[in-house]
Design a protein around this ligand. Structure first.
Ligand code: FEO
Length: 395
């Protein structure tokens, strides 16, 4: 994608990755692709804000060269160490070795430990200002949104916030602005991004948003490092982040199961009938075939989770076990859960699932339901009641 002027003398010079379908070491399905955004500010001093994934270095270099000879870059702002934003730095630094890099103390260490470059690096702190000429850049440390090195960069003269990963979306588009794309798809990707990457960091995010709000910084445009730029109503994505960070949920239950010979699946289907009769919104997933990134997004807005598994070697099946391990890391707050599953003789899956629910800090809302082999007529009714009872707790 060619360079695009987003404001007077400010250009989007990053890359669109149409092909990527798996991100972060296969922890995130990027079904709509992604972008690695980088911004170039032309003033008395020329500044590049973030770079791109290393394999897209040449795209970035070509885009910068459309605007200015690359060796004229004076400053590079490294808002974040992660290689999807810093991967092109070694190539850029070969072409403009005199450029000075600005970032947090943790960024300095992180960049060195990734690239071992002998680069001119200036550590900055919240409130530090870098004058470019007519414009300036103010830095705002944002540790754990989402790495310890993370930082936001703000240009007050343009009321432009460049918050790196925050407010981003894995969304590859030819268009660069929120008002040019399908708003449902955009918000779907923004929520999915939050749920899968930022869910455990709600309290940090709320504190940071409050801090920025107290600073009374006017924000006309938010240019994140993934996806499209928010210019129509930047307040909308900020409000969404506040609501998400507060763990606001709705009466919705996500049922996720793994089944060996379809008895647990039969239970899941009957439980879903009970949930629906109980008046709650329901989503049902077989963990073996579902896209985990989508399931996590659905769980994010749900008040309740029901996890099911057949018993195998006195334990749950391996796919649901791996899924629950991921869920544990999300540190979900204010959610209710319960377990169910079929077994052949000794059982064990329900107890093991309940153990993980406890370790996850999720409230166990009702005793688990285990059924020997295939549920009979009476046990089918129990499954239905299991769903109805859980629905009552959710509402
Ligand atoms: Fe988009 Fe934390 O990297």
């Amino acid at each position: 994608m060619a360079a695009l002027r987003i404001l007077p003398d400010i250009y989007s010079v990053g890359a669109v990755d149409w092909k990527i379908r798996s991100f972060h070491g296969h922890t995130y399905s990027t079904n709509r692709g992604s972008t690695y955004n980088s911004y170039l500010i032309i003033d008395e001093k020329i500044a590049l804000i973030d770079t791109v994934l290393g394999s897209f270095s040449q795209d970035l270099i070509n885009n910068i060269r459309e605007i200015v000879p690359i060796e004229k870059i004076d400053y590079i702002i490294a808002n974040h160490v992660e290689t999807d934003h810093s991967g092109a730095l070694p190539e850029i630094m070969k072409l403009c070795p005199k450029a000075k890099i600005f970032g947090t103390k943790n960024c300095k260490e992180g960049l060195y430990r990734n690239y071992y470059g002998n680069w001119d690096f200036q550590v900055v702190k919240s409130g530090d200002v870098l004058k470019l000429g007519k414009r300036s850049l103010t830095f705002l440390e944002a540790p754990m949104i989402h790495w310890p090195d993370s930082m936001f960069t703000y240009c007050p003269e343009e009321q432009l916030l460049m918050p790196n990963d925050a407010f981003g979306q894995h969304y590859a588009t030819a268009e660069r602005f929120d008002d040019e794309v399908d708003s449902c798809a955009l918000m779907d990707e923004a929520e999915k991004y939050y749920a899968n990457i930022l869910w455990p960091l709600g309290s940090v995010i709320l504190r940071k948003i409050e801090e920025v709000q107290k600073m009374n910084l006017p924000i006309k445009m938010i240019a994140p490092s993934h996806g499209v730029i928010w210019r129509r109503d930047p307040g909308k994505i900020i409000s969404s982040y506040i609501s998400w960070a507060k763990n606001e949920t709705r009466p919705k239950v996500v049922v996720i199961y793994e089944t060996m010979w379809q008895a647990t699946e039969k239970m899941a289907n009957k439980i879903v009938e009970g949930l629906i009769a109980g008046g709650v919104e329901v989503k049902l997933f077989d963990v073996g075939t579902a896209d985990r990134t989508e399931v996590i997004k659905e769980m994010f807005s749900a008040k309740g989770f029901l996890f099911g598994s057949s018993t195998h070697d006195n334990d749950m099946l391996p796919n649901i076990a791996g899924f629950l391990e991921f869920v544990k890391g999300l540190k979900a707050k204010s959610r209710l859960a319960a377990a169910f599953g079929s077994y052949g003789w000794a059982g064990g899956a329900v107890k093991e699932i309940e153990g993980v629910i406890g370790e996850s800090g999720i409230e166990l809302a009702q005793p688990g339901l285990g059924v020997k082999y295939v549920p009979d007529e009476n046990e089918v009714k129990l499954c239905y009641e299991f769903g109805r009872n859980f629905a009552k707790k959710i509402k």
